[in-house]
Every structure is written in structure tokens, then in C-alpha cells.
Design a protein around this ligand. Structure first.
Ligand code: T5A
Length: 222
């Protein structure tokens, strides 16, 4: 793979979408990269995935989604995303910014829904064909604060409406993942204002890009 995969992770309302957009604008305006840059997300990074996202997040009091069905739908979304979007982009040398990836499944379906962690790791392996993020930015935020941010936007989706204990288990999942994957996952305190969080992300990402051989000189070739 010639490109790099940078993933944003965290609980509901952690600020991933906001910070990913800010990073894109900063990278584009700072002329850091002369290479192609794309943004995507899970679930919903492909046409098939958009349909799965709708099925996964809609509120339907008539039909409960079983935990295992939920797990397989996230895996199906990921398999399609990796095969038809992520791998082709990375093989072209693209820097891909992705809102959520494999750690979300471990945190939400593993810790949150209490499904078997080994089974989830195997499913992640099957869905990704072994593809891992090069850098994961974990926005760590107080659970109640994150849910309050989401609720202040209005209607909540099916997963946002799960009880507080569920979201606390998810948070614990991200904390344990970060602890055991220190070279890949970087913790960022998301309980600060947007500018402070964005500044730290820029510092981390620019150091990584330099370490990977990208130059912030607009005249330089990769
Ligand atoms: N899921 C996903 C699984 O269960 N398993 C999986 O394998 C995968 C891949 C995805 C759902 O699917 C689940 C997790 C999710 O429940 P989604 O809509 O993509 O659904 O959900 P989120 O990724 O959680 O999106 P959110 O929009 O809820 O959270 P974000 O993106 O972290 O937060 P953001 O940036 O939209 O900000 C939320 C609000 O807070 C404000 C923003 O303006 C916005 O209003 N905000 C701040 N306010 C104060 N201070 C700051 N620093 C702020 N930053 C943002």
C-alpha cells in the first residue's frame, strides 16, 4: 500500500466529524500534501454501505435489530468499503481520512453489546483482509458530555438512544484498545474547545506525515 489510512474514533459526540473536516481544510490550505486526499466514513462509505447505514441507524419500533445481525451488517459495510474504496485509493497513494473503522466494532459490538471479542477480531480480519489504520486518533471525551452534544442537535439515532451503561462500556472499550495499541492509537483529550483539539491533531498528523516521508514544502515531490 502506498497511501496512508488515518482514522478518527470515539464515542457519540466526541467531535470526530468536526475535527476530520478541520484537518482536511488545514491540510489543503497548508499545502502540506501534493498527493490526493479523500474523506470517508463507516458505516456508509459506499453505495451499498449507505443502504446498510440507513438500516443500522434508523429507529424502527416495529423491528428490533439483533446484536449479531448488527455485527454482521457493520462487517458487510466494511468488507465492501475496504474492497471497493479503501484498497484502491491506498494503492494509488491517497491519504485517506476515515470516520470510524475496526476499533468501533470492537468498542460498540464487543464491549457495548458484549459480543465475543475474538469473533469480532476474526470478522474484522475477514472484512479488512488485514488492512489496519496507519494512525488512529481517538477523541476521548466524557460520556455524558458527548451524549449531551448529540442530544442538543435534536433527534437521536438507534445507537445514540442506547442507555448510558452501554455508552460507558463503549468508552471503556476505546480506552483498553488505546492502552494495548500504543503505536497505532493516539489519545486526544476531546473535552476541550474545537480550536485546541484541532491544534493538537495538526501537530500529531504533521509529525506523522513527515515521518512517513511527506513534505510540507509545496514545491517538493513526495
Ligand atoms: N458503529 C459504527 C458501530 O456500532 N460499530 C461500527 O463498527 C461502526 C463503524 C455511526 C454509528 O454506528 C456505530 C457508532 C455510531 O453510533 P454516526 O452518525 O457516524 O453513526 O455517529 P458518530 O460517528 O458518533 O457521529 P456523531 O456526529 O454523533 O459524533 P462525532 O462525529 O464524533 O461528533 P461531531 O463532530 O458531529 O460533533 C457533535 C456535536 O458536538 C459539537 C458539534 O458542533 C456537533 O454539534 N462539537 C463540539 N462542541 C463543543 N466542543 C467541541 N470541541 C466540539 N466538537 C464538536
Amino acid at each position: 500500500m502506498k497511501g496512508k489510512l488515518i482514522v478518527f474514533e470515539g464515542i457519540e459526540g466526541a467531535g470526530k466529524t468536526t475535527q476530520m473536516q478541520r484537518l482536511i481544510h488545514w491540510l489543503q490550505s497548508s499545502c502540506f500534501l501534493k498527493v490526493r486526499l479523500v474523506a470517508t466514513r463507516e458505516p456508509g462509505g459506499t453505495e451499498l454501505g449507505k443502504g446498510l447505514r440507513h438500516l443500522l441507524l434508523k429507529q424502527d419500533p416495529e423491528e428490533l435489530v439483533s446484536d449479531r445481525a448488527e455485527l454482521f451488517m457493520y462487517a458487510a459495510d466494511r468488507a465492501q468499503h475496504v474492497e471497493t474504496f479503501l484498497k484502491p485509493e491506498l494503492s494509488k497513494g491517497t491519504i485517506v481520512l476515515c470516520d470510524r473503522f475496526t476499533d468501533s466494532t470492537i468498542a460498540y459490538q464487543g464491549y457495548g453489546r458484549n459480543l465475543n471479542l475474538n469473533l469480532i477480531k476474526q470478522l474484522n480480519e475477514i472484512a479488512t483482509g488485514g488492512l489496519q489504520s496507519d494512525l488512529t486518533l481517538w477523541l476521548d471525551i466524557n460520556v455524558e458530555a458527548g451524549l449531551a452534544r448529540v442530544k442538543s442537535r435534536g433527534e437521536c439515532d438507534r445507537i445514540e438512544q442506547a442507555d448510558l451503561k452501554f455508552h460507558k462500556r463503549v468508552q471503556q472499550g476505546f480506552a483498553e484498545l488505546a492502552e494495548s495499541n500504543k503505536s497505532r492509537i493516539v489519545r486526544i483529550n476531546g473535552d476541550r474547545n474545537e480550536d485546541e483539539v484541532a491544534q493538537e491533531i495538526q501537530t500529531i498528523v504533521s509529525r506523522k506525515l513527515e515521518a512517513w516521508g511527506y513534505s510540507n514544502n509545496p514545491n517538493a515531490e513526495k
